[in-house]
Design a protein around this ligand. Structure first.
Ligand SMILES: [Zn+2]
Length: 260
């Protein structure tokens, strides 16, 4: 599933290529029936919060959540849609096709606000300042759940997925099993600030780069991570084995020696 940085990249792309232009919106698959209500209007702005994207038009907002199987493809050439295209966004010289999203729906301003209220603070939110951080601290500090679980909870922090979860906790030297309310405040502040920097780098490069000294797009995949998908291999720091387990049905990677 795409993590927040990749959703933000798509929103940026919409702002660059589609904003202030009338957009023809169709649903070749026929499942996004409300497309006809918006088609032809100008895109006012694209925004992303966590793993969800919002395309704001004059008479409504299209909310998109890719889920596990959703995908975007962009094309400069006009061609017939291939496969199951839920929504096609077309402006002069550019087509964006959306396939397999969990959600693609038209909502009103109140609907947007309801989703915003439900989601936690996003390290990539443009005014991602102390208010966002305060919300994160408040939500973690009152919880009995494990921090590894809380980082995946979109109402606690929006946009983090399995890769950033594993890597942020390793970088903080924190066990994923520590209860939220037992994590010292300064450690939480460190995790938040780390997420702000690393996810911004993810927006810039399109890659989840998390190893200091290896923060370049040229780093091969197997060199990229500290613990993610490195189960059984030597920890890069202590040379002990990287562990794997399941936490709420998602794979969890950590180093039991480095993360206390
Ligand atoms: Zn280690």
């Amino acid at each position: 599933m795409p993590e927040g940085h990749s959703v933000r990249r798509i929103a940026n792309r919409f702002n660059k290529d589609f904003k202030n232009s009338p957009i023809k919106i169709t649903s070749p698959q026929g499942r996004f029936v409300d497309s006809t209500l918006i088609s032809g209007q100008e895109l006012i702005e694209a925004n992303a919060l966590g793993k969800q994207m919002f395309l704001h038009f004059e008479s409504g907002t299209i909310r998109i959540h890719l889920g596990i199987f959703g995908k975007w493809s962009f094309s400069k050439l006009e061609k017939e849609p291939v496969g199951q295209v839920r929504a096609r966004f077309q402006t002069e010289g550019l087509i964006a096709d959306l396939r397999g999203p969990t959600i693609c729906e038209l909502i009103d301003q109140a609907g947007v606000q309801a989703v915003y209220d439900r989601l936690g603070p996003d390290p990539l939110w443009p005014d991602g300042d102390l208010k966002q951080l305060a919300r994160f601290l408040e939500r973690v500090s009152r919880s009995n759940s494990a921090i590894g679980q809380l980082l995946m909870d979109q109402s606690v922090i929006a946009g983090i997925g399995n890769v950033y979860r594993a890597e942020l906790l390793f970088r903080a030297g924190l066990s994923p099993f520590t209860k939220g309310k037992s994590v010292p405040q300064e450690v939480l502040v460190g995790i938040w600030n780390d997420a702000v920097v690393l996810m911004a780098l993810g927006v810039k490069t399109g890659l989840m780069l998390t190893r200091d000294g290896y923060l370049s797009a040229k780093v091969p995949r197997f060199e990229r991570y500290q613990v993610y998908k490195r189960e059984g291999l030597e920890c890069r720091l202590c040379f002990g084995p990287v562990s794997i387990g399941l936490m709420q049905a998602r794979k969890l990677y950590w180093c039991a020696r480095c993360q206390k």
